[in-house]
Design a protein around this ligand. Structure first.
Ligand SMILES: *Cc1c(COP(=O)(O)O)cnc(C)c1O
Ligand SMILES: [Zn+2]
Length: 397
């Protein structure tokens, strides 16, 4: 059973019945068109009192519960869907590694590269696939340049659903192989990611299917929320800082939602400070936070393909999340990213994508500039596996 009570517009507060299929708020998205950040993204709202009661009952009944038992029982309370609908390919539950070899202070690495398709995106795909199963929908469409598509392909395969992918020309070859090997239907789009986004939207208005475009369906955010809930259990409390590689801003919004839900339920008081980490050229959310108004990234070319975004879908939601938690944004260069990738591989044993290594580069910058407190507990979200883009690795120096 789920404690979901309603879907609420993040802009005007209008509510929608979660029994049906909803994307953006109809009022707030009237003047939305592809090529601008989404407007009227819906948020799942829960019966927080009931969650708190069940949470306390569990902890009272099982005071010696292991971390794994807590992850299984407690994180689930915040899921909008019953577990029965989940595809039979477990995602999430990823390790939190305490690494003492990078700096004098311990640093926590949340390694999501070990998900079935090798990235954090599996968290969202799994929940969207579950929702399609609940609704009896057999096809799911998405626009993506890489991980969202390879992830959807894998999870649809596990559930016996069809994945339809719109992708603009170039993506790392391993990601394209994943899409194909899992049997997804691939439509190559002439043009940009925005064009692919538009075509996927068009497709879903004309076919009976579910659209997984990032942030468009509220469960893409709910799926990404699970990492924040796991962190709370694994750290036995709220970390001080969480460094999040940020492109569309949906992972950031999802992690924020986890702690905001925990706070609404009265389980925590303080939110963690989120750090949006962006590549220098793909910095729309960083500029938004600094300037207070939104503007596209002019030319988002970076080695970190997963965070290369011109128009972040969840820019407004991510902006609000950063404001609420007193968060910050840090830009890092491709050179810094690649050197951080090697350092993580050599000193922690984790091999992550350039997007994910950006978090270590940003952490170093934050320490250098004294933007974060000494002795604070910081987590780096390592969102994707390094084997997804071996061409990117820089062996020079
Ligand atoms: C998609 C992705 C990101 C960025 O997530 P957004 O929600 O677009 O900000 C970071 N790392 C990896 C590996 C990804 O696939
Ligand atoms: Zn609205």
């Amino acid at each position: 059973m789920s404690y979901l009570s309603t879907l609420r517009c993040s802009m005007c507060g209008r509510e929608f019945d979660p029994a049906g299929l909803h994307y953006l708020c109809e009022s707030c998205s009237q003047d939305y068109h592809p090529g601008m950040p989404l407007k009227g993204i819906l948020e799942a709202i829960f019966d927080y009192d009931a969650i708190k009661q069940t949470w306390d009952e569990f902890l009272n009944a099982f005071p010696e519960a292991s971390e794994q038992q807590k992850m299984d029982e407690l994180c689930d309370l915040f899921s909008p869907l019953n577990r029965d609908y989940y595809p039979n390919l477990p995602v999430g539950n990823t390790p939190l590694i305490e690494c003492a070899n990078l700096l004098a202070e311990p640093l926590y690495l949340k390694f999501d590269g070990v998900n079935p398709s090798g990235s954090f995106k599996d968290r969202a795909s799994s929940l969207v696939v579950a929702e399609a199963k609940r609704l009896g929908i057999r096809e799911i469409v998405t626009a993506s340049t890489g991980n969202a598509a390879s992830s959807l392909a894998a999870l649809c395969a596990a559930a016996g659903l069809k994945a339809i992918i719109f992708t603009p020309a170039k993506a790392p070859v391993a990601k394209l192989v994943q899409i194909r090997v899992h049997g997804a239907e691939l439509h190559k789009v002439e043009g940009s990611y925005d064009d692919a986004f538009a075509q996927a939207l068009e497709y879903s208005t004309q076919h009976e299917c579910l659209n997984r475009n990032t942030a468009y369906h509220p469960y893409t955010i709910e799926g990404k929320k699970t990492a924040g809930l796991e962190l709370f259990i694994q750290m036995n409390g709220v970390p001080d800082y969480i460094f999040v590689p940020t492109g569309d801003g949906v992972i950031l919004s999802g992690i924020h939602k986890a702690f905001s839900d925990l706070r609404q339920a009265g389980i925590i008081e303080q939110l963690p400070v989120l750090v949006a980490v962006q590549a220098e050229s793909s910095d729309a959310i960083s500029s938004y936070l600094e300037n207070g108004y939104y503007r596209d990234a002019a030319n988002p070319v970076t080695v970190a393909d997963s965070i290369s975004v011109k128009t972040p879908s969840a820019a407004h939601l991510a902006f609000r999340a950063l404001k609420e938690c007193g968060g910050m944004a840090i830009r890092v260069s491709d050179v810094e990213i690649l050197s951080a990738q090697k350092m993580l591989a050599e000193r922690s044993g984790t091999f992550c994508e350039p997007s994910s290594a950006s978090t270590l580069a940003a952490y170093f910058k934050a320490k250098e500039q004294a933007w974060i407190r000494n002795g604070a507990k910081a987590v780096l979200m390592l969102t994707g596996h390094g084997l997804k883009d071996i061409q990117a690795v820089d062996f020079a120096d």
